[in-house]
Ligand binder design. Structure first.
Ligand code: GRG
Length: 266
């Protein structure tokens, strides 16, 4: 559990959680256990995603994957234990100044982002659509968005929404940050797809990268590189619109985060 959790990574989900808590006027200590929990859930999903029965990856965050280092049995159990600890940590460690009602709402948000309407749903559809060459462009774009919303955006959404709930946000503000996070989550993946193409083009010294050549559905493949870039621009604009009603100084971290995701180079 420690090996994978403390291996590094960008810590995007905890940072978003704390930034949302502060944006709505809460002290970041109120959301710190939840911020840690989102990273535990994320890390366990990476451990399971890397297993031989899933993506079968050897490296993660620059180190041998959990199953390469400790064996498949231990890796599965480390993931299970991290998932369990994430919920225990929020329930046991959230400061008692946060009302039990808010803690329970936040726990329900996190649970929904993980299960059959969240990460697991995205992974199932991803596995089912692998190598599916018969899908039309329209269906494929729909599937692609479904996979990204569930595999990536839902947990980012939960991080931001839980930060806001624990920070004391009213219902309207919670829904605004939810829409912000969904746009940013999708943006994260669109930019990932664009970078896959541009990076591999540079590496190969060619105009078409490996993702344009592979069977895997990606945004540049479905919309073209310029279309994917336009889509990314629309998403960042829509995400930032949702922040318009908040104190601009307190909203600055979330505003800049969306722009960072849109312009990141790695
Ligand atoms: C959640 C019960 C449960 C099971 C797991 C395997 C699985 C079901 C889901 C796969 C989820 C997955 C691996 C999604 C990819 C998400 C993603 C964008 C990963 C990369 O995130 P970064 O870039 O990584 O934030 P770092 O290493 O920086 O944290």
């Amino acid at each position: 559990m420690r090996y994978s959790l403390l291996a590094g990574g960008k810590r995007v989900r905890p940072v978003l959680c704390l930034a949302a808590c502060e944006m709505v006027g809460g002290d970041q200590s109120l959301a710190l256990p939840m911020a840690c929990a989102t990273e535990m859930v994320h890390t366990m999903s990476l451990i399971h995603d890397d297993l031989p029965c899933m993506d079968d990856d050897d490296l993660r965050r620059g180190l041998p994957t959990s199953h390469k280092k400790y064996g498949e049995d231990t890796a599965i159990l480390a993931g299970d234990a991290l998932l369990s600890l994430s919920f225990e940590h929020v329930a046991a460690r959230t400061p008692s100044t946060v009302s039990p009602d808010r803690v329970v709402r936040a726990i329900a948000e996190l649970g929904s982002a993980v299960g059959s309407a969240g990460l697991v749903a995205g992974q199932i559809v991803d596995i089912a659509s692998e190598g599916d060459v018969d899908v039309t462009l329209e269906v494929s774009a729909h599937d692609l968005e479904y996979i990204h919303i569930h595999k990536t955006a839902r947990l980012l959404e939960a991080a931001v929404v839980c930060g806001a709930i624990l920070g004391g946000a009213d219902d309207e503000s919670v829904e605004k940050v939810r829409r912000y996070a969904l746009r940013v989550g999708l943006l994260f993946q669109v930019v990932d797809d664009i970078l896959d193409v541009t990076r591999s083009s540079e590496e190969l010294g060619k105009t078409a990268g490996k993702d344009l050549a592979s069977d895997k559905a990606t945004y540049p493949k479905l919309l073209g590189l310029d279309g994917a870039r336009r889509f990314a621009g629309e998403l960042v604009g829509q995400a930032c619109e949702e922040l318009a009603g908040f104190d601009p100084v307190k909203a600055a971290p979330l505003y800049h985060f969306a722009n960072y995701i849109a312009t990141r180079q790695n």
